[in-house]
Design a protein around this ligand. Structure first.
Ligand SMILES: [Zn+2]
Length: 482
């Protein structure tokens, strides 16, 4: 029996606010432990939460961009559980009336077009603190707690289980990350845990309609790790089912060392969390006017930008898709075009030399931090376009731009890569001809193929700094075959 995976995601993202969601403590990453806390986020008795309006606004923007229904009233509930990094012993979340429902995200599947993935709900909650285990102390029987992160606004986006393949899963994660970046809702730094994925996956007979028992894998802060989890779970669950076993509903973790998922605990039901409305927080009302204002204030989103790039710059749809997959990349491209209007050449350099290097720099690497700035790339393309340097020399200059961050004209000057002046070329070509009398005879006899061989020798003799057109015409002229 052929099985197919049924995949859904919970996306957790820390919102880009200056302060926490229920108090005024800063949300700066990497501050000394427990310095960004107050009675509210420490869970002191008698302290009262007040909703951060900015966090609520950003959440409504995300819900709007994901085509969600936003109910006129939404409120907050307590999710009760006991864990050292949760000082109140409950997390304020939204269980019964979340701020967004029934939306969708269109994901880009390349040649296969797009697929619409349903969003079940979006709700605003708070992040927990962090348990810290002293460096290398694997055998100590205590944990230290840092509550700087406790109370950071956390938006949870719950998809419907409508993803069926690994490429769809990857496109969903990338599409969601891009959307959150475009909206400036989160800085999406996965290594800092600011964007985390929770994967749920089950198997069922291909084409079936019923859902199998799902398994959840928590706290995944890398797209490539999620992809490995999917592979492993498909393999593991297939084995269980083929042996006539039953897949258990449970929460699993990714074991980076063994490259497998392992069981963490049996899955709680929402009953176990004893949700109830938080009496400390008021119901939020969202007027039609507010919804309209938010819809009108949304920035240009990835698919719209992609269509505009094709239309405005005349680049292929595929290229536009790559360049708009991240906002920083799209902004880089437009800044470069502003400096030198050759969209196709700029796009080619970005799609090859730049993207390869960004990928090597890691998942969080952004075009905004790339050592070659858009103006520098624009200058490089201009140097080629006005025949100051050849494309071949440009390929030598680019890695030095990456290494040093210097402008290409400076590197060309410093490295002596300036092309040899056409007037200085004749003696060099003549010397090569003198050294290759046989080839010269061939050319004179009409065997024009020999020109290529001579050109190669001239280019070697000049370190690639000769203009190929000049060399070709000089060879013909000196052989008298013009
Ligand atoms: Zn606080």
């Amino acid at each position: 029996m052929e099985l197919e995976p049924v995949i859904g995601f919970e996306v957790h993202t820390e919102l880009k606010t200056n302060t926490k969601v229920w108090c005024g403590c800063p949300t700066t990453f990497g501050a000394p432990v427990n310095t960004q806390t107050c009675p509210v986020c420490l869970g002191m008795p008698g302290s009262l939460p007040v909703l951060n309006e900015r966090a609520f606004d950003i959440s409504l923007q995300v819900a709007t961009a994901l085509n969600c229904e936003i109910p006129p009233e939404t409120d907050f509930d307590r999710k009760n559980y006991y864990y050292p990094d949760l000082p109140k012993n409950y997390q304020i979340s939204q269980q019964y009336r979340p701020l967004g429902r029934e939306g969708w995200l269109d994901i880009d599947l390349g040649e296969k077009g797009t697929k619409r993935i349903g969003i079940d709900n979006i709700h605003l909650e708070e992040d927990a603190g962090k348990n810290i285990h002293p460096d290398g102390a694997t055998h100590v029987d205590y944990s230290l707690i840092d509550l700087n992160r406790a109370g950071t606004p956390l938006l949870e986006i719950v998809s419907k289980p409508e993803i069926r393949t690994k490429p769809e899963a990857e496109a969903y994660m990338k599409g969601m990350k891009a959307l959150l970046e475009y909206l400036d809702a989160s800085d999406c730094k996965m290594e800092e845990g600011r964007l985390r994925f929770e994967l749920n996956i089950s198997l069922r007979p291909k084409g079936g309609t019923e859902l199998g028992q799902k398994v959840e894998i928590k706290n995944l802060n890398s797209i490539s790790v999620v992809m490995k989890c999917i592979d492993h779970e498909i393999e593991r669950q297939t084995e269980v089912l083929e042996e006539g076993g039953i897949v258990e509903g449970e929460t699993r973790l990714w074991d980076e060392v063994k490259q497998v998922t392992r069981s963490m605990r049996k899955k709680e039901t929402s009953f176990d969390y004893r949700y109830f409305p938080d009496p400390d927080l008021v119901t939020m009302t969202v007027s039609e006017e507010r919804k309209r204002n938010i819809a009108n204030s949304l920035p240009e989103l990835p698919l719209a930008k992609r269509a505009r790039f094709v239309e405005q710059y005349g680049i292929p749809d595929y290229d536009a898709g790559v360049l708009t997959a991240s906002l920083q990349m799209a902004e880089y491209f437009e800044a470069a075009i502003l400096a030198h209007n050759n969209a196709k050449a700029l796009s080619n350099w970005m799609m090859t030399e730049m993207i390869r290097r960004l990928n090597e720099m890691g998942e969080d690497a952004s075009a905004a931090d790339f050592p070659v700035r858009p103006q520098a790339l624009a200058e490089l393309v201009r140097l080629i376009d006005d025949n100051t340097i050849t494309g071949k020399i440009a390929k030598k200059v680019y890695p030095l731009m990456v290494e040093t961050g210097k402008m290409p004209a400076v590197i060309v000057e410093e490295q002596g890569l300036k092309p040899i002046d056409d007037s200085a070329m004749e003696p060099i070509v003549q010397k090569v001809l003198d050294e290759n009398p046989k080839m010269v005879e061939d050319i004179k006899a009409g065997k024009m193929k020999a020109i290529g061989g001579l050109m190669g020798q001239v280019m070697r003799a000049t370190g690639g700094k000769a203009n190929p057109q000049t060399v070709q015409s000089l060879i013909k002229k000196l052989c008298g075959v013009e």
